[in-house]
Ligand binder design. Structure first.
Ligand SMILES: [Zn+2]
Length: 204
């Protein structure tokens, strides 16, 4: 006997969608958040171009575009590039990229306390277990290349991982969200959606 099928999932999602009032917050904040709030502050983009078997992956531009997307969309996640002329403040978020190998991860986020000890699961396997001072995102060229992600999709991965640093957990209730880790790429939710923006603007 088959207890579950795709049609049933569709019905559940449809009911959920109807049940959520227009202005309800569907975003899922972590229990813990960045100490002192996300901004004001700086980000340090350490992502670098990578030559993957002759194809260039401009991860520096991918990460930079993701920071910009959040900064433009929200009133809270509008950090300044630490390399910008005259920029002063605390570096709150760092971005990195590399060929981390076949790990079935396009990217992940890590949070650190004031002693620079990671407070969430290895490679983002879990959310933060305490409030945190800084965060880093990691972008994996290997799995992105093997899945033939285009620039907008790679940028969406960086936007998703930054969403974790801002304090958003996964959101799988069907609302358009870059934080829906199952469907954000297949649904084309590649930039901060209104629910994501509401979430970040209300976290800190
Ligand atoms: Zn995620």
């Amino acid at each position: 006997m088959k207890l579950w099928n795709k049609n049933m999932l569709f019905i559940v999602l449809a009911v959920l969608t109807i049940a959520i009032p227009m202005n309800a917050s569907a975003y899922v904040p972590y229990y813990y958040k960045m100490i002192g709030g996300i901004s004001p502050g700086l980000y340090d983009n350490n992502a670098t171009p990578y030559n993957y078997y002759g194809q260039m992956f401009y991860m520096d531009y991918v990460a930079e575009s993701a920071f910009t997307a959040w900064g433009v969309a929200t009133t809270k996640a509008n950090l300044i590039n630490a390399d910008s002329y005259g920029a002063t403040g605390t570096i709150k978020v760092r971005s990195y990229s590399d060929n981390y190998g076949n790990i079935d991860l396009y990217g992940w986020a890590e949070m650190y306390n004031s002693n620079n000890v990671r407070v969430n699961g290895y490679r983002g396997a879990s959310g933060p277990s305490s409030n945190y001072n800084t965060g880093s995102i990691y972008l994996n060229v290997y799995d992105m290349a093997e899945s033939s992600l285009n620039f907008s999709q790679m940028k969406a991965v960086a936007i998703h991982e930054l969403g974790h640093i801002w304090g958003l957990d996964h959101q799988r209730n069907g609302t358009a969200s870059v934080m829906n880790d199952i469907t954000y790429i297949s649904n084309g939710w590649l930039t901060p959606q209104s629910d994501d923006i509401n979430g970040v603007n209300n976290i800190n």
